[in-house]
Every structure is written in C-alpha cells, then in structure tokens.
Design a protein around this ligand. Structure first.
Ligand code: GAR
Length: 224
C-alpha cells in the first residue's frame, strides 16, 4: 500500500568514485522528481569526486577512513559498524550504494534490510562483479543494461527493483557500452528511490512488486 509521507525520505549515499549516479539523484531531488533529502554522502576514498559533488550542492560530505580498521580479522565488519553509527546519527532511512566499491557486510545489510539499494551495470543475475561491460560484449550478448536491487549479503544478488536494457552494437567497446548503460542508470536509480519514498515497493521473496504503476516503457527491449 502506498503511504503518503509528510517529511522527505532521509537518504545517505555511499560512493567511492566519480559520483555520476549521486549527481543524477541530486538533480532529480532538486527538480522535484524525487521526494527525498540526502542527509549524508559518505565515501571510503578521501579524494572521491562524489564528495566534491556533495559539497557543491551543500550536502554533508563524510570521509570514513578504512585505514584504522585495516589488519584486524574483522576489519570489514568494524568499518561497517563505524558507518552504521554515522547512518544512525543522521537518522538515515534509505542507504544508496552508488559506485561504492567496497563489499558491505552483514552488519550493514541486517540493519538496513530492504532499506539499502545498489546500482549495477548489468542485467543481473548475468554478470555480477567487476568489468561487466567487457564480459557482456565478450559473451556475445545482444542486450546489456543496468539493475537497481536491494542489497543482501551475496554480492549483486539481492531482489531486483528496476532494470533497463540497451543494445550492444558491433562496434562497442566496454567504454562506449558503459556510457550507454550509464545513461539508463541515471534514470532508473532516481526512479527507484522515488518508488521507495512513495512506499510503493512490495517484496515477496525474491520478487519486488511496484504498486499502482505501469512500466514507463522507454528502454530498449529489442533493437531488431
Ligand atoms: C556505475 O556504472 C555503477 O553501476 C557501477 O559503478 C559505476 C559508478 O559510477 N557500480 C558497480 O559496478 C557496483 N558493482 P558513478 O560513480 O559515476 O555513479
């Protein structure tokens, strides 16, 4: 059932790099297409351009240094405990991984079950992991795309929320394909956040149903 919120959804974005998905979400919020407020942009990389983007828009940018946790047997969990504390301090309701290149542990996954999303540049469950545009081309796929999914402990394995497909062209390189996919990422990630904000995502096992809507139908299903 869709629920009308009286205050904007409190979102944190975790990003390690360029931050173009962060930017797409910021732009959609500023354009009034997404009823959310980014209360923190957090990175494990001090120099992440994503943090610059946050600062430019007056958002709180936080670098959480992994170094103090390195070397201990529970280094990843300890890091996530520090992150969790930060998320709780800011009353974060939804966590968005946007080019966050660190595997999240059960510490975060269980605290934010069904409240943490990731964007991945393939049509999952095909091609989890890294360098996936190259893998899709090398496999001979005709379609590639992107997936927004809830985060579970298995990497790139959580329930799928939205996907968009693009064609793979004969002359594609991983870079040209990545550009075409990224364009779709920038559409479906803000859309998924807005669906969450509207309370329209209903999970049933692995499936996520979108209540009260129909597909927008603009992505390529078959180019031939
Ligand atoms: C995006 O293509 C995103 O899908 C991918 O990293 C890029 C980050 O770009 N994420 C993953 O591969 C996660 N497995 P951005 O920093 O410009 O948003």
């Amino acid at each position: 059932m869709s629920t009308k919120r009286t205050t904007p959804l409190r979102v944190a974005v975790l990003a390690s790099g360029r931050g173009s998905n962060l930017q797409a979400i910021i732009d959609a919020i500023e354009a009034g297409q997404v009823q959310a407020r980014i209360v923190a942009v957090i990175s494990n990389k001090k120099e992440a351009p994503a943090l610059d983007r946050a600062r430019k828009h007056g958002l709180r940018d936080l670098f959480v240094d992994p170094k103090p946790f390195a070397g201990r047997p529970d280094s990843r969990e300890a890091y996530d405990r520090a992150l969790l504390e930060t998320l709780r301090q800011h009353d974060v309701e939804l966590v968005l991984l946007a080019g966050y290149m660190k595997i999240v542990t059960a510490v975060l996954v269980s605290a934010y079950a069904n409240r943490m999303m990731n964007i991945h540049p393939s049509l999952l469950p095909s091609f989890p992991g890294l360098d996936v545009q190259r893998k899709a081309i090398d496999w001979g796929c005709k379609l590639a795309g992107c997936t927004v999914h809830f985060v579970t402990e298995g990497v790139d394995e959580g329930p799928i929320i939205l996907q968009a497909a693009v064609p793979i062209l004969d002359q594609d390189t991983p870079d040209t394909l990545a550009v075409r996919i990224l364009e779709q990422e920038h559409k479906i990630y803000p859309r998924a956040v807005q669906l969450f904000a509207e309370g329209r995502l209903r999970g049933d096992g692995r499936r996520v149903f979108i209540e009260g809507g129909k597909p927008v139908g603009e992505a390529v299903i078959s180019p031939w």
